[in-house]
Structures are given as structure tokens and as C-alpha cells.
Design a protein around this ligand. Structure first.
Ligand SMILES: Cc1cc2nc3c(=O)[nH]c(=O)nc-3n(C[C@H](O)[C@H](O)[C@H](O)COP(=O)(O)OP(=O)(O)OC[C@H]3O[C@@H](n4cnc5c(N)ncnc54)[C@H](O)[C@@H]3O)c2cc1C
Ligand code: FES
Length: 265
């Protein structure tokens, strides 16, 4: 699979909430090669040093083929704080696209389940799903302000269901409450489920899919030093107990059946 290590001009940096940003860069080669679910390693540097040394992994949120890619990211620490200080016109070193993306459903309806920043890879997926797919998007967050990309999902014509923990937007509760209703009462018999969000949420989504024998793909995160299979630092245990999955090369998108979700799975 082609990948590119480029110096990219930053074309947009929009602060969406107190800690969430939408970053756009000129990266035509990566935009052309990327598939939904893939990620890039982004180098962030303070002005006068090579620190932090390691690049940070970010999912590809959107592409304009031949031109741009966008990342949706939360400022959680040193690297992402530095990233949030970059301005249009500055340049970033970006390596990508990396990893394996989502496998597209053939002829099946799709249910996308995103918690918090889960919209990061799911919007690209929603944009690339076959035009005739029936798509339901279930988005959840703690509060309405933290629900991301709602207008963009809606503009695609998909059914979008919202849920917040505090009830400030959409239905009060968790994405899994809505997923349970959609699976029980929905018209679609064999939907494929795609999920990204916090681990306990994806674990619960997987459990619901497994119980019904449905296909479920998840986007996993792990601390990454290299992003290309060299350091073996991104390992997560396999379900069968016989080894590890490497998130950067074998993922970040996995069939949820392959993952060891914890003792009570
Ligand atoms: C394949 C992949 C795709 C990702 N896509 C996105 C995305 O689209 N948007 C986004 O905001 N974030 C994404 N992440 C997570 C992002 O890479 C981390 O938040 C980022 O590297 C943190 O760097 P930092 O220097 O700001 O934080 P640090 O100072 O290194 O750490 C701050 C806190 O964040 C936690 N943390 C750091 N890295 C990770 C990680 N990889 N996974 C889970 N927790 C971590 C640390 O444990 C610590 O608590 C992705 C991670 C992976 C592996
Ligand atoms: S991050 Fe180095 S092997 Fe996956």
C-alpha cells in the first residue's frame, strides 16, 4: 500500500470546543491513497527543539481527493497541545496513510456508532460508503457541545440519531441504548456495525453485535512510537490468547471478534 512522508502546509486550524480542533493540511498524495479508517503519524515540534521526538497518530477524518486531508483531534497532552498552536501557512511532517481501514459492507445496511471523538474516522467512512447503502449513524457524547460532525453526517442524507449523557441534545443515555433499539425494532435484518470511541463503549457494542451474530468492526487506539510495525509497542491481546495484534499494521480497524475485550467478554 502506498504511503508518503511529506512536509504539508497547514491550511486550516479551527477550534470546535475548548479542547477539540479540526486541522486541515495540503496532502494530495495521502488524500488520493487513503481509505476510511486509516491514520497518519503527525510530527509536532516546539519551535526550537526536536521535542517531542515521536510523531502522534491521528485518524484521517476527511479527504478532498488530490488536495487535502483533515484531522479531528483533542488536546490531551504535550503533542496535541503543540499541534493546536500551529497556524495556517506553517508546515507539518506527516506520514501516511497507514494501517488497514474499514472493510466496506457489500449489500448490507451499515450502522456507525461513535462515542466522543469516534466521529474522527467515522465521517470519512460515512462519506465513502456506497451511495445506495442504508446508513444509520448513532453519535453519543457527555453533552450536546461535545457531539461532533453532526451537520456533516446529516448532510450526507444518513439517518442520524443523537444521544447525550446529560440529555442536553438528543436522547438522554448512551449510544448502546439507541443501538439496542435500532437492532430490536429497526427494519434492517443483517446490518454491519462500525464503531469508534472509548474502549468500554466499543466492548458493549461488540457484545450486542456478537449476541446477534452481526459483523462488527472497531477502530482501536494504542500508544504508538513508530506507526509502521518496527517498535511492536502498539500490541493488544488477541481474543484466542495466543498472541497480540499490532494496531499500527494489522489495524487500527479490526473485526471485533479478534480482540480480547477483557475477562468478562
Ligand atoms: C490509530 C490511532 C488513531 C488516533 N486518532 C485520533 C484522532 O483522530 N483524534 C485524536 O484526538 N486522537 C487520536 N488518537 C489518539 C492520539 O494519538 C493521542 O491522543 C495523542 O497521541 C496524544 O499525544 P499527546 O502528546 O498530546 O499526549 P501525551 O502527553 O502523550 O499523553 C496525554 C494523555 O493521553 C493518553 N494517550 C496518549 N496517546 C494515546 C493513544 N494513542 N491512545 C490512547 N490514549 C493515549 C496518555 O495515556 C495520557 O493520559 C489516535 C490514536 C491512534 C493509535
Ligand atoms: S507503533 Fe511501532 S509497531 Fe506499531
Amino acid at each position: 500500500m502506498p504511503r508518503f512522508d511529506i512536509s504539508a502546509e497547514l491550511t486550516g486550524q479551527i477550534q470546535l470546543t475548548h479542547d477539540i480542533f479540526l486541522l486541515t493540511i495540503e496532502a494530495g498524495e495521502i488524500a488520493d491513497a487513503a481509505t476510511p479508517g486509516q491514520f497518519c503519524m503527525v510530527e509536532v515540534r516546539s519551535a526550537h527543539s526536536r521535542d517531542p521526538l515521536l510523531r502522534r497518530p491521528l485518524s484521517i477524518h476527511r479527504v478532498v481527493r488530490g488536495k487535502k486531508i483533515a484531522f479531528l483531534y483533542r488536546n490531551v497532552g504535550r503533542g496535541t497541545r503543540l499541534l493546536s498552536r500551529y497556524s495556517p501557512g506553517e508546515r507539518l511532517h506527516v506520514l501516511g496513510p497507514l494501517g488497514h481501514g474499514f472493510q466496506m459492507p457489500s449489500g448490507h445496511p451499515a450502522i456507525l456508532v461513535g462515542g466522543g471523538l469516534g466521529s474522527a474516522p467515522l465521517l470519512f467512512l460515512a462519506e465513502e460508503l456506497p451511495r445506495d447503502s442504508r446508513v444509520t449513524v448513532i453519535l453519543g457524547a457527555r453533552t450536546g457541545k461535545e457531539l461532533l460532525s453532526v451537520d456533516q453526517f446529516t448532510a450526507l442524507g444518513h439517518r442520524v440519531l443523537l444521544t447525550t449523557e446529560d440529555g442536553s441534545l438528543g436522547r438522554q443515555g448512551l449510544v448502546t441504548d439507541v443501538l439496542s433499539e435500532v437492532l430490536t425494532h429497526g427494519p434492517d435484518s443483517r446490518p454491519c456495525i462500525f464503531s469508534c470511541g472509548p474502549w468500554p463503549m466499543m466492548k458493549a457494542v461488540y457484545a450486542m453485535a456478537h449476541k446477534r451474530g452481526l459483523s462488527c468492526q472497531v477502530s482501536l487506539e494504542a500508544r504508538m512510537a513508530c506507526g509502521i510495525g518496527l517498535c511492536l509497542g502498539c500490541a493488544v491481546p488477541c481474543r484466542d490468547g495466543r498472541g497480540y495484534l499490532h494496531v499500527c499494521t494489522e489495524g487500527p480497524i479490526f473485526n471485533a471478534e479478534e480482540v480480547f475485550w477483557g475477562p468478562s467478554q
